[in-house]
Design a binder for this molecule. Sequence first.
Ligand SMILES: *[C@@H]1O[C@H](CO)[C@@H](O)[C@H](O)[C@H]1NC(C)=O
Ligand SMILES: *[C@@H]1O[C@H](CO)[C@@H](O)[C@H](O)[C@H]1NC(C)=O
Length: 693
Amino acid sequence: MSSRSLPYHYQPLGQKSHSSLRGLIVHNPARWTVILLTTALSLMSIAYIVVQRPWGSDYDPTTQTNYWSSKPEAAPVQFGNAVYDPFFAPTPEEALASTTIRPIKAHAALSDECLDTWISTGEWRDPCHHDMVSDSVIDLIYVWVNGSDPIHQQVRKNLIAELKYSVKDARFRQHDELRYSLRAAANATKSWPTSTWHIITADVPDPEDDDGRLGLVPQWLDVTCAANSPPGGGPSIRLQHDAQLFRLTGKPGAALHASDARSWLERILPSFNSHAVESALPHLNPDTVSDNIVAFNDDQFLMLPAPPSMFHTTMYGSVFRVQWDLLVGADSSGKADGGGEWRSLGWSAHLLNQRFGERKRAYMQHNARSLSLPLLHELSLAFGEYFAATPLSHFRGSHRVPEEYEVNTIFLGAHYVVERHREALLWSWVVAKWGGASGKLSVEDKQGMWDELVGGGEDAQVEGDAAMLKFSGQAERTTAENIELNLLMAGVQPPRAFDKERQADTHYGWSSLDGYTPNFHELPKKTDIDRDQCLGRGAESAWSLFLRLLRGKPTCGDNVIAALVRSSKTGLSIFLPAPSSTEPSDPTDPITLPLILPSTAPPLPSNPRAFALRLIQRYAYVFGDTPTVFLGLRTASSAKIILANNDRKNKDTALVCLNDDLKNGDTGALDDALHEWFEGHWPESLGCELSGR
Ligand SMILES: *[C@@H]1O[C@H](CO)[C@@H](O)[C@H](O)[C@H]1NC(C)=O
Ligand SMILES: *[C@@H]1O[C@H](CO)[C@@H](O)[C@H](O)[C@H]1NC(C)=O
């Protein structure tokens, strides 16, 4: 563990010239000299210490600063014809990511006793009470850029020329979507507990101040009004900017220094890459942004009033909408198209395979996406070096160095949770329940485990000298039937609509309270376990069996979970270790399993059952289905027809994504068509809109 490869072994600074940007950003040779010198010094003094802490990724907490404080309150400024939001980018010290794994705040209100009942029985009943949870507080996150901003355009053009890159115009084109997407959200989320909306906009160098940056501002929005208390009591809207969010992460356990952050920032800015911006979402300030977020692009619209449970509940977790018939396989070659999503998807699938075992994983629907901020942050630490490499692509797909491809934060953000939940179940059963304090599995333990797998029902067929266990047909579970009642018992508005044309209808098709689904939508129909291959008969350490079921032989792990789930109609009690006699859990206990699993077992937490319960709940999730459409707009006239048709035929559409696939340059006509549709749906302005189109 003492040696590690340099996570930031990038082209040294200066090798790649940014000459065309100099005019805009830097005309100060002294500053460059200082930067070059510091970088050289820091490269020479690389003496990294790998801190060996089995559970966390924490390095020296004394280097942690309050790194969100770098935006002093400043009034918007006028420059040229437009208004901007001035700010200072974080200093290198501030640009080091916080490496403290965070709890999910709403879980603190769940007592150990309630959590025990909830996870073991899947029923919200005494000692779980009505007031322990409520409708989730959800913040909306918009990522936005005004591609017509003259400074943005200039910096972009220069960089494109310099990188000899070519970019589709549509990526930066806009048709006033943001305004209407916000109006739509205002209408759809009226019933929500107070939430805050955050618009993350691109930023440009301040032509009058070397150190300053100007954040783009939607020109129709009175930002001071929006940030405070908008008239009419809608949600506050706050602006944040790309360059404010970038934080350097590293391989878990690696110590990073301000000098690393300095050279990294020099290499990644300016950024015109939506994947890069998304990779910085984990670093949204947890003091001002809710744990539950929904990430929107400005071309995504909420069409109907929606309960918060369409996106999150504390009990069932984030609602992921996946396209389970579109599977993403690993591709580490970087050959796939980098201008779209596929290179980053293949690369991200590869990273998940390395960590959690090989399989194909469902594509995340291209629409408003539920994510958990603390879990995104944990994800960015778990794959720290890969997150750090992502913004090296100034434009989507522009950096083509092997192993430094862009991660797809949205895809990872969902599948990381799914995998960590599966991992938690396997750890709980193998390591905490059967391995116990000794961490060893004897021959008798192995027999006991096998009996537990077989015990799942009279339909089990054990063949050939008890070597093969076969179940056919899905397990009988009541998880799905219980959802509505459980939520009502807890005082949470359920996601199903009574009238689907008046309220967004979401069906929780899969809940993690049913274990794991290898096909991303239902309980397995067939479960085969080869005893020798999957469990083995000999004594071994619980940790090594856990690793085998987790990722060595992932199908074995899937089938073990599927067999155990058959032991009861609801709940996951069979996975849990017996209650221990120890006192309430030690506050210094870890809150997660290690980010990178070591080859030998870390010590058991002081109260394994309480730990397992918290762990399983931390990664709770559902796969949901909501009427959603993705409309590609190729010409202005066809756009009109497509939009009108959808309005007429699919009145239950809850989520719309409009994709600008315009073939020729007739943007004006498309603008008009969209504007008409927008105004038809959302004629009422937000409280802080300035007049004019
Ligand atoms: C985008 O920038 C252009 C040029 O500054 C400006 O005219 C337009 O109003 C901006 N659009 C928005 C929505 O801010
Ligand atoms: C909200 O939506 C309803 C129906 O979908 C519509 O009648 C109403 O005008 C909308 N309100 C706003 C503020 O757009």
